[in-house]
Design a protein around this ligand. Structure first.
Ligand code: PNS
Length: 165
């Protein structure tokens, strides 16, 4: 039996906590598809294509069984399309749990045959979030402990562009 999982998220941008979860999941599943949500109602810092490309660079060493794909609409539909029976989500702290439980139960109602699996990110990344990383970058703080190198470079570049306009 081939175990296929999707790891959905906004990934605007991918952080070290996300990458840690992707790395752990890559050891558990035969195929892992990192799904980047294209949400037209949000205005992300990075376009969906930029986010996909950045993640591809970050996960290049995880193996060819790890892929990155953009998706729109429901996560369970994306999972169906990829032939996945599992959704992977990361938990950093207890504070993540309530929202994640609600999402997992909603997804179970929509697609009872798909299970959500939770992986704890490493303790050292418990504080890391995409939104706070963007804020730190915006004010010139050191983001190197929070995001993989390609993301740090892209963030610094994007903030510099923002200051020029
Ligand atoms: O990285 P995020 O923003 O915490 O990820 C949230 C995400 C993308 C997993 C969630 O918003 C989602 O699944 N969106 C797709 C729409 C959907 O399926 N909604 C119903 C179940 S929550």
């Amino acid at each position: 039996m081939t175990r296929v999982a999707v790891f959905p998220g906004s990934f605007d941008p991918m952080t070290n906590a996300h990458l840690d979860v992707a790395r752990r999941a890559s050891g558990l599943f035969d195929e892992l598809i990192i799904g980047v949500l294209n949400n037209p109602r949000k205005a992300p810092l990075f376009s969906v294509d930029e986010r996909v490309e950045l993640i591809e660079r970050c996960v290049a060493d995880l193996g060819s069984h790890v892929r990155v794909a953009a998706f729109a609409g429901l996560t369970v539909e994306f999972a169906h399309g990829q032939g996945a029976a599992f959704i992977v989500r990361g938990l950093r702290a207890v504070s993540d749990f309530e929202a994640e439980l609600q999402m997992a139960l909603t997804n179970r109602k929509l697609a009872p045959e798909i299970d959500t699996t939770f992986l704890m990110s490493a303790l050292e990344y418990g504080y890391v979030s995409s939104s706070l990383t963007k804020e730190v970058a915006r004010f010139g703080g050191d983001i190197s402990p929070m995001v993989p190198d390609p993301v740090a470079a892209a963030l610094i570049g994007r903030m510099a562009e923002g200051r020029r306009v």
